[in-house]
Structure formats: C-alpha cells, structure tokens
Design a protein around this ligand. Structure first.
Ligand code: 4AD
Ligand code: MG
Length: 462
C-alpha cells in the first residue's frame, strides 16, 4: 500500500479509509487491552496516534515497538476520540522495520538538554526540537530563493576553493594535496606551492563576494547561497567555522538601495516563515522562548532605525552603561554594544553605516571624510550583527590605494581590480549569515543548534 505522510493524514477530511503510515515511534503507552503508539515521520511536529488492539497482535509482538523503533502501519484512518488530535489510525497490520533497544537508545527518555543533544548530533534531528528547527531551516532557504527569483536576481555559484582572501581577515582553512610531513621546498626553504594541486596556495572561501561582484557586473543582480569557512578560534554562541551565507550583489545600487533591499528581504523571509512554519514556530515559542512570535511580528511591523557608526558610538558612550569591552570611536563594536543599541536604546532593529575604514574590509567605498567607509551592518535583537555589507569602491585608483595601504597582494586580486578598469559602475551588496537568521527565527540561543552538523573548534566528529 502507498504510504501517506503523517502531515497529510492529520489534515485530511477524508476519513474511514485504509491508509499506510510509516515512521518512528515517539512513545507507546496503554493498558492490557489497547496500546497507543505516537508515530512521527518528520513531515510535521505532530504525531499521529496508532490505536492497537492488543488481542489482535499479541503482547509479544508489540514488545519491540519502543521509542525510536521504525514501523509501518496499515489501518483505518478515523476521527480521533482523544483530545489534541484530529485523526488516528486503527491498526490492522504492523511491520517492524527496525527496533531501538531501550537500554542503549540515547533518546529513550524525553527532555534532554540541548548540550547533551549536541553530543549526539547524529540522532538529534529525531527530536521534536530539531525536527522543528530543521523544517524551519528548509523553508527559510526556500524563501530566500523565492525572494531573489521574484526580484529578478540570478543565483550565481561562486567557488568554494579560492586563492584570495575576500575579507582580508586571514583566518582561512588551507586546501592542499601536498604531503604535509614532507612538503616540496623552494630554494629559499619555503613550501613550494607551485607543486600543489592548483599550482598555487589555495584555501576554502570566507565569502563569495569578490566573485559575486563579477557576476553582478554582468547580470545586474545576483545572489550567492553557499557554505563559507572561517578558521577563527571564536567559541561563541554566534560563530561557526562552517556556515552558510547569502550574498546579493547589485549593479547600480548605492548604500541606500542596499539598506532598502536588506530590510525588505529580511521582512519577506520572516513573514514567509510565520506563514509556512506556524506549527514549528508555535512549538518553539511554547518550549523555549515565549516572546518568539511577538519578536518576529515586531520586526516585521517596524521600520529599522538607520544611523551612522559615529552616532551609534555617541549613544553608547553617553549610555552610562558598563560594557565588558570599552567603547570609543574607532573600536570594533562587540555584540554587547550592538545589542544595547537594539534591545535597550532603540528597541528596534538598527542599521549602522559609515564605519571607520580601519575596522572594515578593503573593498568598501571610501567616504569624502577620508576616515569612514560606506559599510552597513544590520543589527537584530538577541543576535547582534545579522547582515554585513557595503557599497563597493568602484574607483580603480582609490581601491588600489587602499590595497597598497593594507599591503595586500595583487597577485591574487588582479582580476578583481580589473572590474574597476573595464566598465566599472557603482554597486553594492551584503552578506546574511544563514544560521544567524535561523537563530533569530527559531529563538534558539546557540548557533550550534540551528545547523545539522556544526563545525566549531575541536568539533567535527559527525
Ligand atoms: O560581515 P561579514 O564578514 O561580511 C562578508 O563576508 C561580506 N563579504 C558580505 C558581503 O558584503 N557580501 O559576514 C556576513 C555575515 C555576518 O553579518 C554574519 O551574519 C555572518 O555572515 N557571519 C557568521 N555566521 C556564523 N559564523 C561566523 N563565523 C560568521 N561570520 C560572519
Ligand atoms: Mg561583519
């Protein structure tokens, strides 16, 4: 018999027909005469109840149907007598695909801590919490593609292996096939990368932006959506060594267009999630964060406040608040500063612009004052920076001066510089950290809990 997904079985009005459900047992309870199996197949946060007449199957047969076991049930779909569910299945045939020994199955009991679940990340998608998070993650990815497609942007695939360092941060994972125990050396005694796989030193990309700009200068508007890698030793609840980033890049956009796009885009994906992920968001709201739905609606219904970095620092300095990291003009803002502005001062998402050039990347458009650049960070409640972007420096000479000031190598950047020689134009873009978005929308507080298999320092087992 053809299997029907549980989400459909729970939402249908066609009752009193034979159906087939397959899934994993969440719980089994009951009495001598009847057993109730709560079955989940991942298609929804809700379980379907399987009603089992024990006399019909025998107690011995039912014994191995414990939490975690995979089963197939054929039976009659009927209106549920019990509360809290619409339909249930009266079992006629049950096949056990696989058992899960209660003595060793790690998810035998309910209510494990998120910390413990991180240690069994290979199983945690089977919990209600991670089922909800992972379904939301999927819908958000789909929302992002939908948004850009509707806006006429093209999905542009940038390489994961690169020879350049887009952010100039210098914290990259090297990619090599050289024998690390015995690498070939040049006459000066350095590692001879000309003998490496790509004939040069390469690394995993920290951002698709530089290549994305090439796409924007041909297709007008593009976006990337792929994994990025940063080898910083940041053990925080907001950093991953491998995370997914969405980077739109648009020709003929200035920083104001860029801010408008960022705000419209974020509001679209939030409203999409509220509509498509109702049950899962409701579950997380009830279980973890009872202000979640309210917070999402608040962001949706309020204009983001826009101000300059200089104005922001001024507010922070006058706040009288004791911060762990000192705040002064020129300081890179920490998440405590960002969250003060958002959560305590404005009580609203904030877009900060015009940062000191020293704390931002080389490619940002330089302002007339010679001190600041046209960068923008979008700051969110509970998260801090969710988006970082800028208008780009389109002037060849100005960009070259900055590259030289920073003593960056033109060796791996000459092709990027060429875009400013051949049909250069104003353009802008930004990067949204996908996991930070999923954090915001799920109300989770640790970024390790919104990606199936987090990569963080000393953690890559599964
Ligand atoms: O601010 P970042 O470093 O900007 C860029 O990479 C630019 N190339 C983007 C652009 O203009 N096209 O990173 C962008 C966003 C951050 O705002 C943050 O949300 C996220 O990526 N992010 C991280 N997320 C998780 N773990 C990390 N280690 C992250 N580093 C940045
Ligand atoms: Mg940033």
């Amino acid at each position: 018999m053809q299997r029907t997904k549980i989400t459909e079985l729970l939402n249908t009005t066609e009752l009193n027909r034979k159906v087939c459900a397959k899934g994993w047992v969440r719980t089994r309870r009951g009495n001598k005469h009847v057993a109730f199996i709560a079955l989940n197949d991942g298609s929804t946060i809700h379980n379907i109840q399987i009603v089992v007449d024990i006399a019909k199957f025998g107690e011995e047969f039912l014994k191995p149907i414990t939490t975690g076991a995979a089963i197939c049930v054929n039976g009659l779909l009927v209106e549920s007598q019990g509360q809290g569910q619409t339909t249930e299945i009266q079992a006629e045939e049950i096949e056990i695909y696989g058992t899960a020994d209660p003595a060793t199955y790690p998810l035998q009991k309910k209510g494990h801590s998120l910390e413990f679940l991180r240690e069994i990340a290979y199983l945690r998608p089977r919990t209600n919490t991670f089922g909800a998070i992972l379904r939301i993650r999927h819908h958000l990815a789909y929302a992002i593609h939908t948004y850009f497609d509707k806006q006429g942007f093209f999905y542009f695939h940038t390489p994961l292996i690169t020879a350049s360092d887009a952010e100039g941060a210098g914290s990259m994972f090297q990619v090599t096939t050289l024998d690390m125990a015995n690498p070939p050396k040049t006459e000066e005694g350095k590692i001879d990368y000309s003998q490496d796989f790509f004939g040069r030193s390469t690394n995993l990309t920290v951002s698709g932006q530089l290549e994305g700009e090439l796409g924007a200068m041909a297709l007008g508007g593009i976006y990337t959506f792929g994994p990025t890698f940063r080898a910083e030793n940041s053990n925080t609840p907001r950093h991953l060594a491998e995370f997914w980033m969405i980077e739109p890049e648009v020709a003929f956009f200035d920083i104001n267009d860029n801010m408008n796009l960022a705000e419209d885009f974020l509001k679209f994906v939030i409203s999409y999630a509220l509509e498509k992920c109702k049950d899962d968001i409701e579950f997380l709201n009830n279980m973890y964060d009872n202000e979640l739905t309210e917070r999402l609606n608040f962001v949706l219904n309020n204009q983001f406040v826009r101000l300059t970095y200089t104005e922001g620092v001024d507010i922070l300095e006058k706040s009288g608040k004791k911060f762990e990291f000192p705040v002064y003009w020129g300081a890179d803002l920490q998440s405590e500063h960002e969250r003060y502005l958002v959560e305590e001062h404005f009580k609203c998402p904030v877009i900060l612009t015009d940062y000191p050039k020293e704390i931002k990347s080389f490619y940002m458009k330089q302002n007339e004052d010679g001190k600041t650049v046209r960068g923008m960070d979008v700051l969110f409640p509970k998260i801090g920076e969710i988006i970082g972007g800028s208008e780009r420096e389109a002037d060849y000479q100005k960009l070259l001066n900055r590259v030289n000031e920073l003593q960056m190598s033109l060796d791996s950047l000459w092709w990027y510089m060429d875009t400013r020689k051949f049909g250069t134009a104003p353009h802008a873009g930004f990067g949204l950290g996908f996991e930070r978005l999923v954090l915001f929308i799920t109300g989770m507080t640790n970024i390790r809990d919104v990606i199936p298999f987090p990569r963080t320092p000393k953690n890559a087992e599964f």
